[in-house]
Design a protein around this ligand. Sequence first.
Ligand code: ADP
Ligand code: MG
Length: 465
Amino acid sequence: MYNTSIRAIESAAKNGVIKTLASKSCSWVKPIGILLCMRSTANNGRGFIDAGTSEFFLNSKYRKGQVEKDMATVSLRHIVKIYPNSGETKKHNTKNLKVTDEGVLAVQDFNLEIADQEFIVLVGPSGCGKSTTLRMVAGLEEISKGELYIDDKLMNDVAPKDRDIAMVFQNYALYPHMTVRQNMEFPLKLRKVPKDQIDRAVDQAAEVLGITQYLDRKPKALSGGQRQRVAIGRAIVREPKVLLMDEPLSNLDAKLRNQMRAEIIKLRQRIHATFIYVTHDQTEAMTLGDRIVIMKDGVIQQIGTPQEVYDSPVNMFVAGFIGVPQMNFYDGKLLKNAAGKYSVQVEDAVIELPAEKQKNLADHKVGEQDIIVGVRPEHISLKEVPGKMIKGTVDVSELMGSSVHLHINALGKDGVIIVPTLDLKGNKTFAIGSPIEFTFGGDVAHVFAKESGKNLEFSNDTTQE
Ligand SMILES: Nc1ncnc2c1ncn2[C@@H]1O[C@H](COP(=O)(O)OP(=O)(O)O)[C@@H](O)[C@H]1O
Ligand SMILES: [Mg+2]
């Protein structure tokens, strides 16, 4: 890969395509008499020149040999959005939001440092403040308090058009009377970019998105997925530093949504922008994001990689929001023996916690108490372990192919157990209403405070000295 790219760049250098490149985000190497830009490790370990990178240099605005800065970090510092109390506010459902004399707090103290070319996903239920946050970054919504920086430049009062940002909306927002090509070239025409450059940029974006054959069609002659590609194409033709997307796949049917999700992952490798992507869909968040920001009622709940938020949810909200089917929650007890070792008790089952959880709980001086125990469906087992079984009843059994989803009722709560088909060896059936016993290991048990729902491994309101 490396050698191929070097050869591509070498030949480009000979042909005079590349002159000098400059970027704050790069470190410089000089292997072949021209300057090469090695992207820093900030961009998810893609810290090498790959074929895509060299292609980008060859095809992009660097072609002209301009010295251009392509770095885009985005910092949101103590960002607040208050919608003043007005007639307009009354039209919105704001019942879970904090209200002050100034108005409704749609976004509270939002803090996030986004690295160059990072893919950030804002996720949360409808009304939690995702779009408001995105629109403040775009400049479409005024920032009530706090500071927004792009590349260390304060943006609060910079007009949207001067922020080097492009945005893709859920409803495509294409001009119906224009062809695909006209739609895509529109932002460049506005900027009075020379015609040959416009043509090149549109052709290139169309190719990246696989819509070259539709360039002369009007939007109405396209499917939903194709229209959204055009909308994305219009956003990427001018190579924005930051690409904002607000639920871009929500209008598509399930199959197309999966396809387009894969397309966005590919797109992300081909264009070098920083992405902020809004969705209410946890699957999109988990599959697309380098980091996910989970929001509720205008407040960030947790920021982390998909793995982090799945493994270590900081509260019951995040635990329930991330993962399908949802995590099971049972009333239980946190026990601490004379030696200071913690176990969780659910019904009669007592399950000891592993060393790491012991340490986290001890560090937070967590005492014995009633808790909510969270266990993901995929972490529950039907294997008989004496003294550790919990009783339930089967409600519905769904054969999914690779696994069976058993909807069960246990301890008065509905829940789901995922049983891998392989474990069933073909001879086990789950009649509706039949009794079932299950268990789980301490390593997959999440321990939540009963009142606050906080994960007691990471914070504790009920410290016992
Ligand atoms: N112009 C407005 N005036 C008052 N409240 C608003 C206004 N726009 C949005 N809201 C409220 O702000 C909250 C956040 O909205 P939004 O950012 O659109 O949520 P999301 O995109 O996460 O669904 C919602 O409760 C919404 O009702
Ligand atoms: Mg929204």
